[in-house]
Write a protein of this length. Sequence first.
Length: 74
Amino acid sequence: MATLKVTTVGNSVGVVFPKELLEKLRVQKGDLLYVTETPDGIRITPYDPAFAAQMELAERVMREDRNALRKLAE
């Protein structure tokens, strides 16, 4: 578990992530992080939850309509 301190960053307030945590998240300077509220608290992830939901739907459609998609590909 990491403890992050809220600090002043320019004219704003932010947190500084330790290098080890950034490596685990596989993010670097300039990357986007997505913050979502969950029943257990706040979740910070480099993965866009809206995009992930769209991909799940696309994968489901591709599984269900596999034969039709195969025919279209011919």
